[in-house]
Design a protein around this ligand. Sequence first.
Ligand code: FCX
Length: 437
Amino acid sequence: TKSLRETLQEVIPRKQEQLKKLKAQHAQTVLGDVKVEHVIGGMRGLKAMLWEASVLDPNEGIRFHGLTIPDCQKQLPTAPGGKEILPESMLWLLLTGEAPVEDQVRGLSAELAVKGGLPPYVEELIDSLPPSLHPMTQLGMGVAALNKESVFAEAYEKGIKKTDYWTYTLEDCINLIARLPALAARIYRNVYNPGADLPGVDQNLDLVGNYARMLGFKNEDLTEYLRLYIAIHGDHEGGNASAHTAHLVGSTLSDPYLSYSAALYALAGPLHGLANQEVLRWQLAMQKELGDNITHNQIKEYLWKTLNSGQVIPGYGHGVLRNPDPRFMALQEFCDSRPELLRSKTIQMVKKTYEVAPGVLKEHGKTKNPYPNVDATSGCVLYHYGLTQFKYYTVIFGVSRALGALTQLVWARALGLPIERPKSLSMDAIEKQIKAS
Ligand code: FCX
């Protein structure tokens, strides 16, 4: 079977040809209008970015190179004896557009394990940080510091051809993905279990098998959940704040470590990745106030209380989606297949909230999407399995989002995409243009 690099060597010329044709034949084709609402409304819905690995349909949700989450669950290799998608399989699919076979995935897991150790200076940096520093701040710092290792930055300094950029970028991206579990687990250990042993990378385990082990969990169900979680959070097309940030920063030829570090700080906002932490906080506050055997009516009242105090319902709404998020559904199915999870009060509450929140949000009448996004459930399952420190949840999202954001950096370099530089306008300039038209 072909290696990841051999597969990419074959795929890249085809994509380069496709881009060349688009440029030559369709550069002037109109894809949509730019309206004032786009300029003042966060560019919502504006088609303005090239992103290869996934496309998000408002109604059916995400497809990775055309495959839905259920397709991926059928087609992508799992861990030996496991049932859930391996993040390595998802990474292969995102990078190449092809579903890998088992041998290829095992080879990739082995490569990531070999490369998974942290350089001592990064360990020292992370160990020197105060445990009160938010885990996401620490993760971004660790990733940025790893740029000392960037083979792209080193080669660029020496002078390389533009057509070779992608190979060095790929090397950095694989090295970074390999190191994220050790970095993220070190942060967890330092903040929540100071002084506890931190095992090294086990060369026989897959990426998440190692991550769970380094976090200190031995429950195979949690490891399987993390595999699914990390695989399906990997990419959500290009316009979301973290992916877009990685692309913007990468477009300056900043190396993958610096680009992804910047992306992590976009992920750390409560309207984006931090929402999974906020969902847990909201859910536990509700549980504390109303007890474990909470009724639908009580949840309704609690939802109104949140809305009337001017806050958003975390885990609901989306910039693009207009239906329940298929990632939310996949995580719910994981719960449905395990009686132990169905007995959990926190997980029952997620389900009950899902049964009433869309109605309340419709009546409230503001959000364009009254349905749950993935964050509505992701943290509650972690909580049930004993990973209860919810300030850490976005770090797991950060380990995952590297799959898609870094894939696109490889593609941006392979396709020679230019520095991103949209035009901005002041309100006066907009009004001048309106008068003139
Ligand atoms: N609860 C209450 N009000 C909401 C809401 C929610 N869950 N979602 C949107 N609204 C409000 C907005 O605040 C906005 O109000 P305004 O007119 O007073 O400013 C109005 O509805 C219209 O917003 P809308 O166009 O539907 O949504 P946006 O594209 O602007 O924002 C997010 C999308 C996701 C930011 C928004 O729905 C939200 O704040 N949700 C809660 C936080 C969350 O779950 N984020 C995670 C999203 C995602 F899955 C991820 O990135 O991980």
